[in-house]
Design a protein around this ligand. Sequence first.
Ligand SMILES: [Zn+2]
Length: 312
Amino acid sequence: MLLNKKTIAILILIAAAFLITNRWHFNFFKEQTVQRVNDKNTNPTSKELQIYFLDVGQGDAILIKTPMGKQILLDGGEGQTVLEKLGQYLPLTDKTIELVILSHPHGDHLGGLIDVLERYQVEEVWLTGVVHTSSGYLEFLNLINSKKITAKNIFACGENKPTGCSDEIAVENNMKFKVLWPRENLTGQRVKEINNISMVLKLIYGNNSWLLPGDLDSAAEEKLIRDSPEYLMANVLKVAHHGSSSATSEEWLKLVSPTDAIISVGKDNDYGHPSLRILNRLKRAGINIWRTDELGDTLTESDGITINITSP
Ligand SMILES: [Zn+2]
């Protein structure tokens, strides 16, 4: 009995010591947490990755500001609107754009990029390398040459893995592009349907992803559905070809299964974009729709776990 009391007393002492030690640990870690939160409070509204779907009228222009401070511009719309937007969202003193990506050389994606190459120090350009003889595209290629900008022809590996293909390209820690389309090296090649060789990228940051299919039409969309269904799922879909009925099939939406869709489109455009059929399809699937012609610029912000969408 006496021994039992002694044992109990010792056990109580051990328990007390354990509690004190643990409490110290608890406080120590709490302190660390508070420190981190305070650091973040220096910029409380900013999440780490910011992707702006810029309202450039009829066209696409997507500005990506990475957590490490890189600036990437995917397409530039037509005309000079993109310059105004960059002036609005980039610091005045920052004239460097680390990467410009051209999905395909149609004017509503390419036009504004010519001014961007002229006004900004662009460090690298990604394109498909397809042959296109518009004066704008030739000017774009000449500028890349004369300014000695690093240009890379980007195409996906797919099953055949052609020489020089890319599967994934890391931008920085925790952030990468999955290259989905085209699946062949188009350098020096002419194609009938330029829309269908749009570069299709999936941007992945932590657990979040954005599918960016340029102006892809149904022929290429069907090939991706057939051959790469496992890579299409994304939180946010930039709807292909400004919401044209020539893409965004039921099956495509089922595989991508986004919570939010962004339609980059000009008010009262000549093409009737976005198509009512596609709008209804998105609504039936319960997907939130963000249209640049109605809401203006649309910003998606992510900390790698959740995405916030607003029209700034
Ligand atoms: Zn377009």
